[in-house]
Design a binder for this molecule. Structure first.
Ligand code: HEM
Length: 511
């Protein structure tokens, strides 16, 4: 009897402690506050919103648009013990990402950890701060300027590829622009330009089987990411590790890491032979990214090989897939709007003259204002990164209620950019929206294809330069005619904004 009494007392005591523990208290507080926020989706008793389980990427794209279209600027979603809050209003998004308060990414980014490690995209805290400080000079104006010749060279290669065998017929441009953007980022841009072609993953190397394998592996690992997202039980690491997805992840990682290791090894081999020049540049702290990392390892020991690789993996992925998607949709939009395409062509000819051999310089791009507006408008309609995510480290007050600390934010850039409150006729391609006089009074967070705040895109200027160089080369040589249009695309919900069947256009030689 005494033992039974002791056991009951112990259980009651334990229950009392558990119910009063901060973790439990915080959970209930969080849940109560989240449930007070608006919601547009049907909830199942106990398990919450599981309406996304098992649906395909295409269905997920359509459903996400339906959910966000009907939702106010803030809406909640609960999956078991996890709470998500979706945002599509600029005021609320500014509160979430505009300051240093909520710097931590959502747990969803951890799905990428085996690939990207804790590189700039996924890291947090002091590690992120140090890396961001270290890498920012690699995107300084003087460094970017040097890449223009690499961009021009790769555009020429793209143009030749189209001219020999892909003229006057529907051509899916995705593999071509993907080649182009991968070659520019990995072929040269990570290291000092004007070094010998063989010094680091030369452009030739970038157009070989290895680069095709790399792109396929990126595509497979993106599929794994989506499938994992759509099967919440695989969010638990040991369950994921026992699933068939882990096998695909392992095989993809082998290819991805082999590729980036090769690039680093190649560059490291030749690094010493350029010591003199590099020392020169180091003094001014303006080294391209990979050189800067290798230099930090050799000279200061502040980074090791694994850490170099996580940054190279991060920049290769962020730097090639995003730009490729922007090139894809901008090409389609210009093909669909022949009058605007002609005006852009005239602007390019006005700046560069009719001689095709005249390569654009950094200064030339600054004069191409209409081209700039077209790219911005394409990034509004088709933001390559359609959703970003954060973890709230403290409460956020909104007019819809309190978003508590400890929840996952889903920030829907795609839906923000098509929010009719800020963008009249949101589905219409209209570059004049980005004329300075038309931007007056617009909320600064109504348009953020490169995100905003302290964790914004470090490569945005690089990307804009590369994209402008691409259209200078392509539009001087070809007229773009439409095959796919916004209505024929089957979009998918993915890490990147992709079209299921690619995007086709017709390239016609200009006379
Ligand atoms: C059109 C092209 C691009 C778009 C639309 C884009 C968009 C974005 C967005 C939305 C983010 C925030 C991601 C998040 O918070 O989860 C981001 C971050 C980042 N981007 Fe880009 N990006 C582009 C090109 C590039 C390029 C060319 C590079 C590198 C050369 C790059 C490197 C990065 C990195 C390293 C981060 C993480 C920054 C940090 O957390 O400190 N991006 N980008």
């Amino acid at each position: 009897m005494f033992f039974i009494l002791c056991a009951v007392t112990a259980i009651l005591l334990l229950l009392y402690i558990i119910l009063n523990s901060n973790t439990i208290k915080n959970f209930w507080r969080r849940k109560t506050l989240v449930e007070k926020l608006p919601c547009v989706r049907k909830k199942i008793f106990l398990i919450g919103h599981l309406d996304f389980v098992g649906i395909t990427k295409e269905e997920a794209f359509v459903k996400t648009r339906e959910w966000t279209k009907d939702a106010p600027a803030v809406a909640h979603l609960i999956t078991g013990p996890l709470m998500f809050v979706g945002l599509k209003g600029p005021y609320e998004i500014e509160s979430a990402i505009g300051s240093m308060k909520h710097m931590e990414k959502s747990f969803l980014y951890k799905f990428l950890n085996r690939w990207l490690g804790e590189g700039l995209l996924t890291s947090t805290g002091l590690k992120w701060q140090k890396r961001r400080k270290m890498l920012t000079p690699a995107f300084h104006f003087t460094i970017l300027q040097q890449f223009v010749s690499t961009f021009n060279k790769e555009v020429k290669r793209f143009v030749d590829e189209i001219e020999t065998g892909n003229l006057n017929k529907p051509t899916n441009i995705v593999p071509f622009v993907s080649n182009f953007s991968l070659a520019t980022i990995a072929g040269k841009s990570l290291s000092k330009p004007n070094i010998k072609e063989t010094s680091m993953g030369s452009s030739e190397f970038m157009h070989t089987q290895e680069s095709i394998d790399y792109k396929n592996a990126v595509s497979r690992i993106s599929d794994v990411f989506y499938l994992r997202f759509s099967k919440p039980w695989t969010w638990i690491q040991p369950i994921f590790d026992l699933s068939s997805l882990r096998k695909i992840e392992r095989q993809s990682l082998e290819t991805l890491h082999q590729f980036t290791n090769f690039i680093i090894e190649k560059r490291s081999e030749n690094f010493k032979t350029f010591d003199e020049n590099l020392d020169d540049m180091c003094i001014r702290k303006k080294l391209p990214l990979l050189d800067m990392l290798i230099n930090a390892k050799i000279k200061h020991g502040t980074i090791n090989n694994d850490e170099i690789r996580e940054e190279v993996d991060t920049f290769m992925f962020e730097g090639h897939d995003t730009t490729a998607m922007c090139l894809t949709y901008t090409t389609m939009l210009l093909a669909c709007h022949k009058d605007i395409q002609e005006e852009v062509y005239q602007e390019i000819i006005h700046v560069l003259g009719p001689n095709l051999a005249q390569e654009p310089s950094h200064e030339d791009f600054t004069q191409m204002c209409l081209l700039d507006r077209c790219i911005k408008e394409s990034l509004r309609l088709y933001p390559p990164v359609p959703t970003i995510s954060r973890y709230t480290s403290e409460d956020i007050n909104t007019k819809f209620g309190v978003i508590p600390e400890g929840v996952e934010l889903l920030i829907h850039l795609y839906d923000l950019h098509r929010n009719p409150k800020f963008w009249p006729n949101p589905d219409v391609f209209d570059p004049s929206r980005h004329l300075p006089e038309n931007c007056i009074g617009r909320h600064p967070f109504a348009y953020i294809p490169f995100s905003a705040g302290p964790r914004n895109c470090i490569g945005q200027k690089y990307a804009m330069l590369e994209i402008k160089a691409f259209f200078c080369g392509v539009l001087r040589k070809f007229r773009l005619e439409p095959v796919d249009t916004p209505d024929t695309l089957v979009m998918t919900q993915d890490v990147m904004l992709r079209s299921q069947n690619g995007v086709k256009v017709n390239f016609v030689l200009r006379n």
